[in-house]
Design a protein around this ligand. Structure first.
Ligand SMILES: Nc1nc2c(c(=O)[nH]1)N[C@H]1C(S)=C(S)[C@@H](COP(=O)(O)OP(=O)(O)OC[C@H]3O[C@@H](n4cnc5c(N)ncnc54)[C@H](O)[C@@H]3O)O[C@H]1N2
Ligand code: MOO
Length: 391
């Protein structure tokens, strides 16, 4: 049994090197840029009107003759002489020798002529070519996460493909003869299979939407066969259940027989003790304890940080610090992970701490860590927690 800190360090130490792929822009959402991006264009790419109005060569005159119209998308070139104006609209190309756009609210128009009631400063309402972004300038940094604004920006620059760190292919396997699907009435001795749903949504919420699913009975051969298949098709394999010491827990043996090297088994923590972690080449395998709350805790603590690292992003959930509202004893000699409610800087440990059900978790917004060497935490003492609130 190893301490939590060591387990975390071992997983981080075994993180495989990041891989770079080129992807369609739209598939890049929430991914991490693997290269700096430089603008291939000036933005705007031509002199644009910022307002609806009239383009002129600035002068002290009030009266101008309209010689034509330039609307967004047109590319007609006008030669303006002094005293002439071009009717123009937002986003339209400004005639080369116009230097000012007067907004239409400040103009009276009648029979192809205008009178300017309020003359703006010279240069007003024109977006110069390259004013926002010059061709060749770095617009996005390697290591930044792609969001909708970055997609919009890159599309505006005409970029259809981007280079990102390849997110891992994830396989999720559940094990157990007792597991039954939700659409059947519950038979004696069975329970509804819920861990895969919980883990799938936890993955989805953390931007890992694609997961391959496997389900094995408590059968050594079938478990080994499915693990073989899952290892062939995934970079990271998560297995729920069958990792304890019972006669029908076949996961460890099936992993070893498939050439997976054990890095550690069992962490000095409660819940989540029977966590198993191994590697096969660049593949990473986590066998999570089957108890639902234990599975979820191990997911947040160990799996999520590793998946985030593998796609080039900051590991894991945010942490916070707050004051415990009631003293607490830890005479287990283990690291405790306790579901809690944090409000206004006060941390309240919930009554429902049960690895076999998720009631406590559903009411929690934080997961408190009491290290193994901390036998007592006093009221009002500051402690650290993982923030389960995602916004
Ligand atoms: N003699 C010992 N027995 C146990 C120990 C131990 O140290 N010595 N550790 C206990 C701890 S702690 C845990 S946690 C569990 C872990 O067991 P497994 O990982 O082998 O998981 P299972 O036995 O398959 O299942 C445990 C529990 O969770 C339910 N389960 C499993 N999969 C699902 C699923 N997909 N959806 C919903 N619920 C699931 C399963 O029915 C069991 O009730 O071992 C203790 N035993
Ligand atoms: O550690 Mo088990 O994970 O307590 O239920």
């Amino acid at each position: 049994m190893i301490p939590v800190k060591e387990a975390l360090a071992l997983i981080a130490q075994w993180t495989p090197r990041l891989k770079i792929i080129e992807t369609d822009l739209m598939d890049g959402i929430d991914m991490v840029l693997a290269k700096d991006v430089y603008s291939p264009l000036n933005m705007p790419p031509f002199r644009q009107s910022a307002m609806d109005g009239y383009a002129i060569k600035w002068s002290n005159k009030e009266n101008y003759k309209i010689i034509g119209e330039s609307k967004a998308g047109d590319n007609r070139q006008f030669q303006l002489n002094e005293g002439e104006a071009v009717r123009i609209f937002t986003g339209a190309m400004v005639p080369k020798n116009a230097d000012t756009v007067v907004i239409q609210e400040h103009v009276e128009e009648a029979s192809e002529r205008i009178r300017i009631k309020k003359m703006p400063a010279k240069g007003a309402n024109i977006r110069e070519e390259g004013e926002q972004i010059l061709k060749g300038v770095k617009v996005l940094e390697k290591g930044s996460q792609v969001n909708e604004a970055s997609i919009g920006l890159l599309a505006g620059l005409g970029l259809k493909q981007i280079k990102i760190f390849k997110p891992p292919e994830i396989g999720l396997m559940v094990t157990g003869n007792e597991l039954q699907q939700l659409d059947e009435p519950l038979a004696p001795g069975k329970i509804y299979e819920s861990n895969s749903l919980m883990l799938k949504v936890a993955l989805k919420r953390n931007n890992f939407p694609k997961v391959k699913f496997y389900q094995a009975k408590d059968n050594a051969k079938e478990t080994a066969r499915l693990i073989k298949e899952a290892l062939a098709n995934n970079d990271v394999l998560l297995i729920s259940g069958g990792i304890s010491v019972g006669k029908y827990d076949f996961v460890q043996q099936a992993l070893l027989s498939n050439g997976v090297k054990e890095i550690f088994y069992k962490v000095n923590q409660k819940p989540g003790k029977p966590l198993w972690f191994g590697t096969k080449g660049e593949k990473r395998i986590f066998a999570l304890p089957g108890n639902p709350a234990s599975s979820l805790i191990c997911f947040y603590l160990y799996v999520l940080p590793e998946l985030m690292r593998q796609k080039g992003w900051t590991p894991g959930l945010n942490t916070g610090r707050g004051k415990l509202d009631k003293s607490l004893k830890n005479n287990t000699g283990k690291s405790l992970f306790l579901v809690a409610q944090v409000a206004g800087g006060a941390v309240h440990i919930l009554d429902e701490q049960n690895s076999a059900n998720l009631l406590g978790f559903t009411r929690a917004n934080a997961l408190v860590h009491i290290p193994e060497n901390m036998s007592r935490v006093k009221e009002n003492e500051t402690i650290e927690y993982l923030d389960l609130d995602y916004n």
